[in-house]
Design a binder for this molecule. Structure first.
Ligand code: AMP
Ligand code: MN
Ligand code: MN
Ligand code: MN
Length: 279
C-alpha cells in the first residue's frame, strides 16, 4: 500500500498555483498518480472542478485543503485530507482567514508603496484568478513582471521574507482551531512540510506534541521541500510519535516545480501511509 502513487498536496489557480483544478487533475493522471487531492490555501473553491476532472481521468480523489496557522509566533501549514467540503464549521473558519488575507494584502501594498513601489495591490490582484484568495505569491508575480526581481524566490528573499519591506506580521488560525475544523468535517489533519520550518529540535518535538494533542494524525514526510535525509528523519518521528505519513509534491507551477505531480520519492516502508484511513 505504501507504493501507491499518491499525491496529496498541490495547488491550482484557486489559490497560488498557475493551472486550473482540471488542468492539475489531468497532469496528475498523465504523470501516473492514482490517488489525488487538491489542497489550495484556505479555500475549497476548486474542489468541485477537481473532483469532476479526477473522475473523468479515472483518478481516485479525496477533498483537501491547506490551512494557514500561527503557532508560537511562526506561520505553519496544516493540510486537511478527506474533508467534507460542505461542512459549515470548516467553511466559516476558512472564510475568516480569507478576509484577513485581504487586510494583509493592503498592508503589504502600503509598505511597498512607502518603499517606492506603487500599484502593487492592483498588480497582485491582477495575478490572482480567485480574488477571494490573495497571497504573497501574487505580489511576487507582480514584482517579477515589473522587473523588481528575477524570479519568485528572488522576490521572497528581497521583499517578502521576515525583516524585508513587504513583510507584514500576521495572525493566522490557531493550530488547535485548524485541526478542529478539519476533524469537524470528518477529515484528517496533516502537518505540512515541517522541514521548511527552521525549528530547533526541542521546538519541533514540542510542535509535534501539540499537534498530536489537539487531534493531528499525520506528518508530510515526502514533499518538495524535504531532502532525502529530512524525509528519513520525519519518518522516524512519525513512528516514534504514533503518527501516519503523507506524501505530496506541493506542486504550484509547471515552470518552477522541484517535484512534478506524482514524480516524488515513495514513502519509506517503515511508516503507515495516511491513506490507509481512506476507505
Ligand atoms: P502566503 O500564504 O500568502 O503567505 O504565501 C505563502 C506561499 O508563498 C507558499 O505557499 C509558497 O507557494 C510561496 N512561497 C513562500 N516562500 C517562498 C519562496 N521562498 N520562494 C517561492 N515561493 C515561496
Ligand atoms: Mn503556495
Ligand atoms: Mn505550504
Ligand atoms: Mn502547499
Amino acid at each position: 500500500m505504501g507504493q501507491l502513487n499518491s499525491d496529496l498536496h498541490c495547488h491550482s489557480t484557486e489559490s497560488d498555483g498557475t493551472l486550473s483544478p482540471a488542468e492539475v487533475a489531468r497532469r496528475a493522471a498523465s504523470n501516473g498518480v492514482s490517488l489525488w487531492t487538491l489542497t489550495d490555501h484556505d479555500t475549497l473553491k476548486g474542489l468541485p472542478e477537481a473532483r469532476e476532472a479526477a473522475a473523468a481521468s479515472g483518478l481516485r480523489f479525496v477533498h483537501g485543503v491547506e490551512i494557514s496557522v500561527t503557532w508560537n509566533f511562526q506561520t505553519l501549514h496544516i493540510v486537511g485530507l478527506n474533508i467534507d467540503p460542505a461542512n459549515l464549521v470548516l467553511l466559516a473558519g476558512l472564510a475568516k482567514i480569507r478576509a484577513s488575507r485581504q487586510e494583509r494584502a493592503q498592508k503589504i501594498a502600503d509598505q511597498l508603496t512607502e518603499a517606492g513601489i506603487s500599484g502593487s495591490l492592483d498588480g497582485a490582484y491582477a495575478f490572482a484568478q480567485n480574488a477571494d484568495l490573495i497571497g504573497r505569491t501574487h505580489f511576487a508575480r507582480f514584482l517579477v513582471a515589473r522587473g523588481f526581481a528575477r524570479n519568485e524566490s528572488d522576490v521572497f528573499r528581497r521583499y517578502l521574507s521576515p525583516g524585508r519591506t513587504g513583510d507584514v506580521p500576521h495572525q493566522w488560525a490557531q493550530l488547535a482551531e485548524a485541526v478542529a475544523w478539519i476533524r469537524a468535517s470528518g477529515g484528517v489533519a496533516v502537518l505540512a512540510h515541517p522541514g521548511r520550518l527552521k525549528l530547533a529540535r526541542a521546538q519541533l518535538v514540542r510542535l509535534i506534541g501539540d499537534f498530536k494533542a489537539c487531534g493531528g494524525a499525520a506528518i508530510e514526510v515526502v514533499t518538495a521541500s524535504h531532502s532525502q535525509d529530512q524525509a528519513a528523519d520525519f519518518a522516524l518521528l512519525c513512528c516514534s510519535h504514533g503518527l501516519l505519513a503523507s506524501r505530496g509534491s506541493d506542486f504550484h507551477n509547471p515552470d518552477d516545480a522541484r517535484y512534478d505531480l506524482g514524480k516524488l520519492p515513495q514513502l519509506p516502508s517503515s511508516v503507515t501511509p495516511v491513506w490507509s484511513l481512506f476507505a
